[in-house]
Design a binder for this molecule. Structure first.
Ligand code: SF4
Length: 465
């Protein structure tokens, strides 16, 4: 993972030794483990940059570091349990003089309760205060009560005033955060209570980050936020996402792929359709988490429930861009979901023929609006419905993939070995969608033209043109 800062007017990769020699602080080492989503990964890289600028050195082995930071996830019960387990494991294994800090969403949600749950924790700070990690580490070095909890009241996430790039670059792909927080009130979702209200980063800052990523060799920039389609509203912008994408197409044409994640139903779709259809670097890939297809369930979820809008809008995307890749996510087993309501979700899935569908069971999360409802669907019914929906979608994904046999695609090579290469096309976001497999060893980071020769359920096989 590359660490790089904005420097004055220009940008350059960090000369870490140079920066360290400019500081007078004793060198300390840190290790960050990032759990949860790509938004957390961005915050982890930003904390690493801040610590690096303050003279601390990043280690890539936890046992070798003076300080272990776990950037936790606290969105749903399994994520909370995983975060707690990781913290407990580190707490048990840490050696004398080694510090353990919990950052991120679990800390924001559980606050001081964490001390009781993780014996040996030295400090915690919330996800809204990630930018103050250096102050927390400095505090740890001073004598005082332990554990140290840093949760000053703030409604909104506090961004760092330092010139850091709000991105996580892995290989040739980078997640770039354009906004954080969320103003929606989806009944099942703990994010607004963890993250607070939405705030958008100004366009010039995002463009500067994209330029830094281009200079660092990124071939793909993936724009992320809790809800990208609301980007800019708090800055007084109308169609802020389209304005940002238009500027990105002009400012960083050398980045061949710009992908948008997490759009929201009911958005003003026409500018997005135009941008995806135009000859530019905006990928024709629409990630639109719908969560359900029955209007009554959507109303209970406190989500937009106009399925005519959904059908019309997805139809417009497909009419303007026939090859557009469509991705959605669904929640199964929301309180009161009847068999008939679930059947409508199955029927809608069969009708829409999405390329990719993420399927999640409903989790009954304390403090969310849906917690007031009774969690009526037994786990075995949730599991059985998930299996039925997944089986249907697997058939659809396979058939959609088969339709690509004989056609050409650009593929970004991400890994090689044992005589094969693995990459992704515009149809696939990292980690959550499919892969393209090639029977020869190519260069990682290369964007190459291929012809599709075979189709699996989620992946394609191809040969170089
Ligand atoms: S849009 Fe809804 S589901 Fe997404 S983060 Fe906001 S409240 Fe949660």
């Amino acid at each position: 993972m590359i660490i790089f800062h904005r420097m004055g007017d220009g940008w350059r990769k960090n000369d870490r030794m140079g920066l360290m020699s400019m500081t007078k602080r004793p060198i300390k080492t840190f290790y960050i483990e990032s759990l949860g989503c790509a938004k957390n990964s961005v915050d982890s890289r930003s904390m690493a940059e801040l610590l690096d600028m303050a003279g601390y050195e990043e280690c890539f082995q936890a046992e070798e570091s003076d300080l272990i930071i776990v950037n936790t996830c606290g969105f749903i019960q399994p994520a909370k349990e995983e975060s707690l387990q990781v913290l407990r494991d580190y707490a048990q294994e840490k050696r004398p003089g080694q510090y353990l800090v919990a950052a991120g969403c679990l800390g924001e949600r559980e606050k001081q309760q964490l001390a009781a749950q993780v014996e040996g924790l030295d400090a915690a700070l919330g996800t809204r205060r990630w930018s103050e990690i250096v102050a927390v580490v400095e505090k740890l070095r001073q004598p005082g009560d332990s554990p140290y909890f840093y949760f000053p009241p703030t409604k909104q996430i506090i961004e760092s005033g330092e010139p850091i790039v709000r991105a996580a670059l892995e290989g040739s792909s980078a997640y770039l955060k354009i906004a954080d927080g969320c103003d929606r009130g989806c009944a099942f979702c703990a994010i607004p209570l963890i993250k607070g209200p939405m705030f958008s980063r100004p366009i010039p800052e995002i463009l500067a980050d994209a330029q830094a990523l281009a200079e660092a060799g990124a071939k793909e920039v993936i724009l992320i936020a809790q809800d990208t389609t609301t980007y800019g509203r708090d800055l007084g912008m109308k169609d802020g996402l389209a304005a940002l994408l238009g500027e990105l197409a002009v400012t960083v044409p050398e980045i061949p792929w710009v992908r948008v994640m997490y759009t929201f139903p009911g958005m003003h779709a026409e500018p997005l359709i135009e941008l995806m259809a135009a000859d530019n670097n905006i990928l024709p890939y629409l990630d639109i988490p719908l969560q359900h297809a029955h209007p009554d369930v959507l109303k209970r979820m406190q989500r937009p429930s106009d399925m005519k809008w959904v059908r019309d809008t997805l139809g417009k995307f497909r009419q303007a861009i026939p090859e557009v890749a469509l991705r959605t996510t669904f929640i199964v087993g929301f309180p009161g979901e009847t068999e008939a309501e679930f059947q409508e979700l199955l029927d809608f899935t069969a009708e829409m023929r999405f390329d990719h569908v993420g399927i999640f069971p409903y989790y009954h999360e304390a403090d969310t609006p849906a917690f007031a409802l009774e969690d009526t669907i037994p786990q075995e019914v949730k599991d059985e419905r998930i299996q039925r929906l997944a089986a249907l979608q697997e058939e659809i994904s396979h058939a959609n993939n088969e339709a690509w046999i004989g056609r050409e695609l650009d593929v970004l090579i991400e890994g090689t070995g044992d005589g094969i290469s693995v990459g992704r096309s515009f149809r696939d976001a990292p980690e959550i969608d499919g892969l393209v497999l090639l029977d020869e060893v190519l260069t990682e980071g290369e964007l190459t033209r291929v012809r599709v020769t075979g189709a699996l359920t989620h992946d394609l096989m191809a040969e170089r043109k």
